[in-house]
Design a binder for this molecule. Structure first.
Ligand SMILES: Nc1ncnc2c1ncn2[C@@H]1O[C@H](COP(=O)(O)OP(=O)(O)OP(=O)(O)O)[C@@H](O)[C@H]1O
Length: 534
């Protein structure tokens, strides 16, 4: 710079420039300081963040360690479980193989148990069959003893109550009074004696049992039942018959009180029912105690009218039937209908059917007087004891001895002595097995009135004559049996012939004498009581 030139301006300019530059620098310094402060702030933030991250890292690390520990324990547990699972699998395999054995072992045990049961069953069966054989033998011995003491024919007497029709034409005021025709002259004395007392008569009759006027149907059957039960179990034929004059109570005793055509069988037991339904009930009770299917019962219903046998179950009852006598003296009616029955109701329906057909005709005595003998036969078909099968081949026609006993059986020595089957019908059933047929014959006889008293003529007279003839033949047969005569005139009438094997031989007969108590029947009552006393 030339001397003398004012340098102050220059310096001023320079100062200005420097000041400006300083200001710029200051500004720069300010901005840098701001920036620095910002950076400090940022740094502080970053330090904070770092601190936080470190903290998090520590926590994560701790979590990681926890997790690792947990995983380790889980792995250990898994390992333990796996081991247990393996053990369980092994156990299961052994259980499975044992389970496979169980049905086999169970079957073996069942088979063993079955064979034990079977053995016990057979032992029980043989014991019960020997027990029932023993019981039958005992019953047989008791019966034999009883028979030896009492014989095969028993007579019971029933005196019926005075009935309204006993009054006849009398005034109501004199009904039953002393001296009147309706006066009671037949008196119950005690259980075994009955007496007829009038001005002319004073006679006592003794029977095995006497029933008074108040005796119920039930009470009467209680007395009848024992002599039915034992014989039928052990195979004796039985006959129960009601005998007495017209209107004396035969039908009441045998069936119950009702007019025949009104007889209405019911499934219920009726207190009024008579011997036929009660005996049938007893028979079914006895057969139901036997092994199922071994015993069957058949029923037939016939009447003997004017000495002809009419099948009351047939569609044509007018056909006459012949009696067949077997080589063993067994009696059968091969052409009549015999129906298998299972209940008392079945029996009574068939009896009712028969009753509708039964001939009745009115007499002066009693408007429902039966003019024929009614015979209801219940046949029990049962297996023959083993000794029959061994000694008697099916269809065996070996002749029988005079007692109706098969000679092969009686000489073999294997049949129990005094056996009860000799008079029974031994035959073979459809399966070829030997069977025994035991008969229970229940008979409602026709009225035994005198011809003169009944005031009958013509056809009715013939009926009455036939009735009286057959009843007198019955008296002859019973007389011959009671006196053990060699010849018994069974064949004199169809009634006695038909009943031959259930009243003669070893068969058991019960006569129920029915007596009307009024004086007007005294002749008939004395005749009936005399019949029973024979
Ligand atoms: N013990 C009794 N108790 C009550 N009533 C009786 C008794 N016996 C008989 N009777 C009655 O007497 C009447 C005649 O009896 P039932 O018909 O039984 O005589 P029956 O002897 O059978 O006569 P028939 O020979 O004419 O047939 C009937 O009405 C019956 O109900």
């Amino acid at each position: 710079m030339p001397l003398g030139i004012d340098r102050s301006h220059f310096y001023e300019e320079k100062v200005k420039h420097i000041e400006k530059s300083n200001r710029v620098k200051d500004e720069r310094i300010g901005s840098l300081e701001t920036e620095n402060a910002m950076l400090y702030l940022k740094l502080a933030q970053l330090r904070g963040a770092l601190q936080h991250t470190r903290q998090e890292s520590i926590e994560i690390h701790e979590q990681f360690e926890d997790e690792s520990r947990f995983r380790k324990s889980v792995a250990e547990s898994a390992c333990k479980f796996k081991q247990e699972l393996d053990n369980i699998k092994k156990d299961m395999q052994s259980v499975q193989s044992a389970a496979k054995e169980i049905p086999k072992q169970f079957n073996e045990q069942v088979q063993h148990a079955n064979s034990v049961v079977q053995r016990h069953k057979m032992a029980f069966q043989s014991q019960s069959s020997s027990l029932s054989e023993l019981q039958e033998r005992l019953a047989h011995m008791e019966l034999t003893l009883h028979d030896e003491l009492r014989g095969n024919i028993r007579v019971h007497c029933r005196v019926r109550p005075l009935m309204d029709f006993d009054r006849g034409q009398e005034d109501m005021s004199s009904f039953g009074r002393q001296g009147a025709k309706s006066e009671v002259v037949v008196h119950f004395v005690d259980d075994e004696n009955v007496c007829v007392r009038t001005t002319k008569h004073n006679k006592v009759f003794e029977y095995e049992r006497v029933y008074d006027m108040t005796e119920t149907q039930n009470g009467l059957f209680d007395e009848v039942q024992p002599m039915l039960t034992s014989p039928i179990i052990i195979g004796y034929n039985i006959c129960i018959m009601a005998y007495g004059q017209t209107g004396s109570g035969k039908t009441h005793t045998m069936l119950g009180s009702h007019k025949n055509e009104d007889y209405n069988p019911t499934r219920e037991t009726h207190p009024d029912e008579g011997v036929i339904p009660r005996a049938a009930r007893e028979l079914f009770r006895l057969t139901s105690e036997k092994q199922k299917g071994t015993h069957t019962v058949e029923v037939s219903v016939v009447e003997i009218y004017n000495n002809d046998i009419r099948d009351l179950l047939s569609h044509d009852p007018n056909i006459k039937h012949d009696i067949n006598t077997g080589q063993d003296n067994s009696i059968s009616l091969p052409t009549i209908i015999s129906k298998q029955v299972d209940t008392v109701y079945d029996v009574m329906c068939l009896v009712q059917h028969g009753l509708h057909t039964r001939r009745e005709s009115a007499t002066m005595v009693h408007e429902h007087s039966s003019r024929s003998h009614l015979v209801v036969t219940l046949t029990v078909v049962s297996p023959a004891p083993s000794f029959f099968s061994k000694n008697s081949a099916p269809g065996d026609t070996t002749p029988r001895d005079s007692k109706g006993r098969s000679s092969s059986l009686s000489s073999s020595g294997s049949m129990p002595s005094g056996s009860m089957w000799q008079s029974n019908d031994i035959s073979t059933n459809s399966a070829g097995q030997a069977v025994i047929k035991t008969k229970l014959q229940l008979v409602d006889l026709a009225g035994s009135e005198c011809v003169g008293m009944s005031g009958v003529k013509g056809q009715a007279l013939r009926e009455t004559a036939n009735i009286n003839k057959s009843l007198s033949a019955l008296a002859d047969v019973l007389g011959a049996l009671a006196e053990h005569r060699a010849h018994v005139p069974y064949r004199n009438t169809r009634l006695t012939h038909l009943l031959q094997d259930s009243i003669g031989g070893d068969a058991k007969l019960l006569i129920l004498l029915c007596v009307a108590p009024a004086q007007r029947y005294i002749t008939e009552s004395l005749q009936s009581l005399g019949f029973g006393a024979r």
